[in-house]
Design a protein. Structure first.
Length: 186
């Protein structure tokens, strides 16, 4: 299979979406001093860091952050092999009890990652409220889980296209691409 890429969001568009999403988070949380952002491993962690920076810059509100790795909460764990790579879950200082907790991910697709993240989060405590924030919602839900805050909705042809979010720490640039897969011609 080879793939063609089309840029859906460049760095400027991503930063603009992050600024808007940060304002929505503050609005939906009521500017709560108990606000915590939990980035879902991998790229959700970097998106959460961008949101934290924007909220702190724009609002002067100090935001607790953490990371969450859903590997052991996946419903397809057997499909990823006998030795899954498990990332780190780090709770914000003081934990998640009674906090307005925002789960941050790069792309929302089936809803399974969000479900797994909520299950893990609830094992660590009882947040006052959970919000789901994603940079890109590509549709195609299999579970009735909808994000509360979305950077951009992108229409994706099932099986033929995927959405890839790039972050500087892992990919050398900030952006979102729509990737078209096509069969190799012999």
């Amino acid at each position: 299979m080879s793939a063609d890429r089309i840029a859906v969001m460049d760095e400027t568009a991503v930063r603009r979406a992050i600024a808007r999403m940060a304002r929505e988070i503050v609005e939906k949380s009521g500017g709560s001093p108990t606000l915590a952002l939990m980035g879902i491993q991998r790229r959700g962690v970097q998106i959460a860091a961008l949101l934290r920076e924007e909220i702190e810059r724009a609002e002067g509100l100090r935001v607790a952050t953490g990371t969450i790795d859903i590997t052991l909460y996946r419903d397809d764990l057997e499909a990823i092999g006998p030795r899954p790579v498990i990332g780190e879950t780090v709770l914000p200082p003081g934990g998640v009890d009674d906090r307005v907790t925002v789960l941050v991910d790069d792309v929302q697709f089936t809803g399974r990652t969000a479900r797994a993240a909520m299950n893990e989060l609830m094992d660590w405590g009882r947040p006052a409220r959970i919000l789901l924030c994603v940079l890109v919602d590509r549709g195609g839900r299999e579970l009735p889980i909808q994000p509360d805050i979305v950077g951009r909705h992108v229409e994706v042809l099932s099986g033929q296209q995927s959405v890839e979010v790039m972050v500087p720490e892992l990919d050398g640039r900030l952006g979102v691409d729509l990737v078209y897969s096509r069969p190799e011609v012999a």
